[in-house]
Design a protein around this ligand. Structure first.
Ligand SMILES: [Zn+2]
Length: 251
């Protein structure tokens, strides 16, 4: 039974991932995410329902538009696969529970933030501030509103301090205001102690990425979007942050 439900969650995840692709593409362009229906970005041809099956269509069409043959970004299948895996593994980890719903919603906020920041170096307020509100609503129902409020304020405060110090030392924006708003949202979901772990992991991942880019000589203007690393770390910390704190501090 568990395995069947796991597969169903995987399929649902792929479908939600398909929707997230629309959000990732259209939100920064200020387009409606509901209307019109999906179309090829190159030739504008409407994508037929049969060619709009998450994950599968990309493989069947070999990543090309059926109408004009233009290459379709692999981001589409990547987002659909990530979301599918998150849904299925979240179900296997949390079972059918309130925690599962919160985890999935959290990931549905983080995935578009990560990809939009990656593409545009911007984090839409509708996702960071909207996500903060969603997180607070979950906390009210989960009976942890005080921890969440503290989490949001302290986490945002930590990044604000980093941003101020960074600007003071390097005389340029090391951390954008978007990152600070995202930190508030993360803190609301994970709590402030977990946020410190989250920040350590994200900085570590970002540093590794920066190093690889440096070695490959691909660093331009030393600008690296931070949200993708915060997002990956956010998902990791959401699942194992509490265990790490218990292990090290015995709280
Ligand atoms: Zn086309």
């Amino acid at each position: 039974m568990t395995i069947y439900l796991g597969i169903i969650f995987f399929i649902f995840g792929a479908v939600f991932g398909s929707f997230l692709n629309v959000v990732i593409y259209r939100l920064p362009r200020g387009e409606s995410i509901i209307y019109p229906a999906s179309h090829c970005p190159t030739c504008g041809a409407k994508i037929l329902p049969g060619d709009n099956i998450p994950i599968l269509s990309y493989i069947i069409l070999k990543g090309r538009c059926r109408n004009c043959g233009a290459k379709i970004s692999p981001i589409y299948i990547i987002v659909e696969s990530i979301t599918a895996v998150i849904f299925a593994s979240g179900f296997l980890f949390y079972g059918l529970s309130f925690s599962l719903l919160e985890f999935i919603i959290f990931c549905l906020i983080l995935i578009p933030i990560a990809f939009i920041d990656w593409n545009t170096m911007l984090i839409p307020d509708s996702l960071s501030i909207g996500g903060t509100i969603v997180g607070l609503v979950f906390s009210i129902f989960g009976g942890k509103i005080v921890q969440s409020l503290m989490g949001g304020i302290i986490s945002g405060g930590i990044l604000l301090i980093f941003a101020v110090i960074g600007k003071w030392i390097f005389h340029k924006e090391a951390m954008g205001f978007g990152d600070i708003k995202m930190a508030v949202m993360l803190g609301v979901f994970v709590g402030w102690q977990e946020f410190i772990i989250l920040l350590v992991i994200a900085s570590f991942l970002g540093a590794i990425y920066g190093l690889i880019m440096e070695i490959r000589g691909k660093i331009e203007d030393s600008k690296i979007p931070f949200a993708p690393f915060l997002a990956i770390s956010g998902i990791i910390t959401y699942i194992i942050g509490r265990y790490i704190i218990n292990f090290y501090f015995g709280i």
